[in-house]
Design a protein around this ligand. Structure first.
Ligand code: DAT
Ligand code: MG
Length: 151
């Protein structure tokens, strides 16, 4: 059982639509630990680095415009199995295919406006947290509920 970290981001549409609290709440209620949180307007350069694996895709320029179109909420979450679990909580990339009960399944309708990002591997979790957060922006702390979440 390996403790992992994942980078979760409320995209500009999620912020504009007033869904920040709702989205944070899903991860809080599940029982993961928040390690970093900020409202942030990202540069084109950062957005391109974040999505560098998609550079060759036809939708890449639109994706970069979308992600830089307004502030995002950047989060680092920690937990055993948090990377895969967060992806399940988020749901499929296309919100119309995402199951009800997931964030995208409940709150979005289009791939180009799918309101939230989650890292797809522990390695990318580390990479993306290092990309979006500066040193000193993450907190090491012990939630008092820890013994009630894991035996
Ligand atoms: P995910 O965000 O579910 O990890 P991804 O990493 O494949 O999905 O793609 C990153 C983002 O790029 C995705 O959230 C929305 C956008 N995107 C992906 N596929 C797309 C497509 N076919 N058309 C338009 N935008 C797309
Ligand atoms: Mg992805």
């Amino acid at each position: 059982e390996r403790v992992e970290e994942t980078y979760i981001m409320v995209k500009p549409d999620g912020v504009q639509r007033g869904l920040v609290g709702e989205i944070i709440s899903r991860f809080e209620k599940k029982g993961f630990k928040l390690k970093g949180l900020k409202l942030f307007q990202c540069s084109k350069e950062l957005a391109e680095e974040h999505y560098k694996d998609l550079k060759a895709k036809s939708f890449f320029p639109k994706l970069i415009d979308y992600i830089t179109s307004g502030p995002v909420v950047s989060m680092a979450w920690e937990g055993v199995g948090v990377v895969a679990s967060a992806r399940k909580l988020i749901g499929s990339t296309d919100p119309l295919q995402a199951e009800p009960g997931t964030i995208r399944g409940d709150l979005a309708v289009q791939t180009g406006r799918n309101i939230v990002h989650g890292s797809d591997s522990p390695e990318n979790g580390q990479r993306e947290i290092a990309l979006w957060f500066k040193e000193g922006e993450l907190c090491e702390w012990t939630p008092v509920l820890a013994p009630w979440l894991r035996e």
